[in-house]
Every structure is written in structure tokens, then in C-alpha cells.
Design a protein around this ligand. Structure first.
Ligand code: AMP
Length: 422
């Protein structure tokens, strides 16, 4: 029979990986806690309508990449392809806006998009991100961008680059789009099919096209939305950049950086790392003042970012095997009685000191157990055979120094007192 393998574009995380993931997740949890952000976890699947309304029907994600199905009861469901819409849905559903004027939320979760898998691009992947819901002011944009930058700095990621732009407030959108369409209509036939369709449907998204020929045409012909924003929009942007300057966050103003959906307003930003290669985006974010309303809530301004976890690991240069110890102490026991006693002593050490202790359950030879201890990367091996049991001692081997000492069994658990313990 054929072996069943994991689905294309998905990855298993094995114990050596999960240790590393947990360390990174813990740093993210801590980082969020010191910034006053609370964790939110939403279901893996949602009503498909949420993403039609919350991402936009003519985006690639919704039109081509969602895992959607109709269940046995006839409900149309979708595995979440992003987390902002689910977080906003939960915010509205639980009336979080009535509890406090500003909700600072973050998540670390998996999501699903049927994209073409390649390095840094999977079909199931993970993001951490924040959504600050409630403040229309530039200070909030600056807080979000600063946090995105600082977390990569905390992780020591090299080659960071922050691009930011403003697409202004909602009322300038239609007149600007009319100008953009006028400017592009004469060169329309030279654009790719997707761009040609977008001119009428959603012209702002032309700037997202990856086709170099389209980019060249845009560079030559397209007016930038930034040049059409109002004075108020400009002062919002100016205040965001002034705070970033004050905070020492380096950034470039990229007039082509847009978020092409109606509910995005004002600030857009992206952080890349030159260490990443072709898929160089670490995170993207911006202000989405119209989304809460679009999803049925009371009009509420919001700003956030979403950051790829897998990209972060690639940026660490840490894509492969990790050298991590999986236990602190290995109980090498020989014979039934010694193994039984070893179980009791191992539990005593765990309970007293909270260190990780692994017992033998495969009845292996001494040599095979030593090999296992090395594989696990333990610091100490406790050797207990029938001879030792008779003498009331165990041999403790320090795996770093290779020194061995005999310890009376009734003193064994105290021998492993961790520094700082009484
Ligand atoms: P987005 O939700 O598309 O704005 O993406 C936000 C971040 O998630 C990107 O900057 C990437 O770091 C990461 N990302 C997006 N798509 C994928 C994917 N298919 N596989 C892995 N990471 C991804």
C-alpha cells in the first residue's frame, strides 16, 4: 500500500522544530504583553461570507486561493486565509468596543491559501499579528509600525527595510481612481490580462501586479494616490513619520505601496529582509478604518499588521535541523527491579525540581541506552543496575565533563538541585 504523505504545501513540525517554535512564540507573547496587547484565538474555519466581505471578492485570495466547502448541513465554510476579518468578526460579535474604547489584540495562528508552494510560500502557514481597534489617530499607526520593526530587531533579523505610504481617506478614492483609469486607458492593451480587468474593477490593485512590464507602464503613466490625498491625510502621514523618526525607526516612503480594497485608508506599510531571497516580505499592515463597518459593526477605525512565522524562521537562517536538548536527565536502567526503582526516582526528581527526566522503556542494552542519551542531548545520565541497587547507589555521569560519581539513592533527587533552588 502507498504511504500517505502530508498534503502539498503543508509541513509537519517535529519535536526539534517545535522547541524552536515555542521559544519564538514565547518571545512574541512576552513582547505583546509588555505592549499591553491581549491574545485572541478564533476558529480555524468561518462562514465563507466573512472573507467575501472582509477581503474582497476580486482579490487573488478569495477568487483563487480559499479552501471552501459546503458541509453536510448546507453551510458554506472556509478555512481562514487571513486573520484580520476573523478578529474583527469576533470584536463585533462580542461587542468588545463597548467594553473599552481601544482594543489591542494579537494572534499567533495558522492559515490556509492554495498558492503555488515554494520556499517561504506554503498552503498552510502561520502568522502573528496585531489589530488595534478603536483609534483613528496617527499615534496608533506609529505604535503598530514601531512594534513590527522592534520585534524583528528583538529577533536580530538583518537587512530590514520598512516601506510606508498613505492612500489617504476614503473620500479621495473615487476621484483618484477616475484619474488613474484615464491615465491608463490609452496604454491598457499593453497591460497583462489581470491588470486589464482590474482597471475597471479595482484599479488600485494594479500596483500589486508582479509583472515587470506592467510595473514599467505604471511607472511611466500612473499618478500616485499619495499625490491626491487631502491636507488632513498628509498631516496624519506626517505625524506617523515624525513619531517613527523620534523612535529611530528607519523607513522609506514608497508611493507605490497600496492596499487595494475599499476599507483600507491612510497608512500602508511593509517590512522586508534582504536575507529572504525572492519571497522577501516579512510582514504587511496598515489602517483599515472601514472594515468594522463593512462587517456589520459600528464604524470603528483600526490598524494592524500580519507577519509570516515561516519567513521569520527563514530570516533566522534557521530553516533546517536545530540542535536542542530534549531532556535534562536520562535514567539508564538495567534489569526489571532497577528500572522500577528508576521510575520512582525519576518522578521524584521531576516533582522536586521541574527538570525533564526520561526513563528507559525499551529494555535496551547499556550501549544502546547511552546512544539514546546522546541523541536526546541530556546533561546527566543516571546509571542504575541491579548491582547499584544492591549497594543503594546510582552512578551519575556528567555528559559534558564525562565525570562519574556514585550517589546514594536517598540523596539522588537532591543532587539535581538546580541553581537558585533551596
Ligand atoms: P498577507 O496576509 O498576504 O499580507 O501576508 C502577510 C505576511 O504573511 C507576508 O508578509 C509573509 O511574511 C506571510 N505570508 C503570506 N503568504 C504566505 C504563504 N503562502 N506562506 C508563508 N508565508 C506567507
Amino acid at each position: 500500500m502507498d504511504n500517505i504523505r502530508s498534503v502539498k504545501g503543508t509541513k509537519d513540525l517535529l519535536p526539534h522544530d517545535t522547541i524552536h517554535w515555542r521559544e519564538v512564540e514565547n518571545i512574541i507573547h512576552q513582547f505583546m504583553a509588555v505592549h499591553g496587547y491581549g491574545e485572541i484565538r478564533t476558529p480555524v474555519f468561518e462562514d465563507t461570507k466573512l472573507f467575501h466581505r472582509g477581503i474582497g471578492k476580486d482579490t487573488d485570495i478569495v477568487s483563487k486561493e480559499m479552501y471552501s466547502w459546503t458541509d453536510q448541513g448546507g453551510d458554506n465554510l472556509t478555512l481562514r486565509p487571513e486573520l484580520t476579518a476573523p478578529v474583527v468578526r469576533a470584536y463585533i460579535q462580542h461587542q468588545m468596543g463597548t467594553l473599552r474604547p481601544l482594543n489591542r489584540l494579537y494572534y499567533i495562528d495558522s492559515l490556509f491559501r492554495r498558492e503555488r508552494p515554494q520556499k517561504g510560500r506554503q498552503r498552510e502557514f502561520h502568522q502573528f499579528g496585531i489589530e488595534a481597534i478603536g483609534s483613528p489617530h496617527p499615534e496608533q499607526d506609529a505604535e503598530v509600525i514601531t512594534m513590527a520593526y522592534k520585534i524583528y530587531e528583538t529577533f536580530g533579523i538583518k537587512g530590514l527595510s520598512v516601506k510606508i505610504n498613505s492612500i489617504g481617506s476614503a473620500e479621495i478614492r473615487e476621484p483618484y481612481l477616475a484619474t488613474l483609469r484615464d491615465a491608463l486607458n490609452s496604454v491598457k492593451s499593453a497591460l497583462c490580462n489581470t491588470c486589464q480587468n482590474r482597471i475597471d474593477k479595482n484599479a488600485l490593485r494594479l500596483f500589486d501586479c508582479k509583472n515587470p512590464a506592467c510595473q514599467e507602464i505604471l511607472d511611466k503613466n500612473a499618478p500616485f494616490i499619495f499625490d491626491h490625498i487631502t491636507d488632513n491625510d498628509r498631516s496624519h502621514f506626517g505625524r506617523v513619520t515624525a513619531i517613527l523618526d523620534e523612535m529611530g525607526i528607519p523607513y522609506d516612503h514608497d508611493r507605490k505601496l497600496v492596499r487595494g480594497l475599499d476599507y483600507y485608508t491612510h497608512t500602508t506599510f511593509e517590512i522586508t529582509s534582504s536575507t529572504l531571497g525572492a519571497q522577501d516580505a516579512l510582514c504587511g499592515g496598515g489602517r483599515y478604518d472601514k472594515l468594522v463597518e463593512e462587517l456589520g459593526g459600528k464604524s470603528t477605525p483600526a490598524v494592524g499588521f500580519a507577519a509570516g512565522m515561516e519567513r521569520l524562521f527563514i530570516a533566522f537562517g534557521d530553516d533546517g535541523e536545530h540542535e536542542h536538548s530534549l531532556a535534562d536527565i536520562y535514567f539508564l536502567t538495567l534489569g526489571e527491579k532497577a528500572t522500577q526503582k528508576g521510575f520512582v526516582l525519576a518522578e521524584e526528581i521531576r516533582e522536586k525540581h521541574g527538570v525533564s527526566v526520561v526513563s528507559e522503556t525499551l529494555q535496551r542494552s547499556m550501549k544502546a541506552q547511552m546512544r539514546e542519551a546522546n541523541r536526546l542531548g541530556v546533561q546527566f545520565v543516571v546509571i542504575l543496575g541491579d548491582n547499584e541497587l544492591e549497594k543503594g547507589i546510582a552512578v551519575v555521569k556528567n555528559m559534558d565533563s564525562s565525570e562519574q560519581e556514585e550517589i546514594p539513592l536517598d540523596k539522588l533527587s537532591d543532587h539535581f538541585m538546580v541553581d537558585g533552588q533551596e
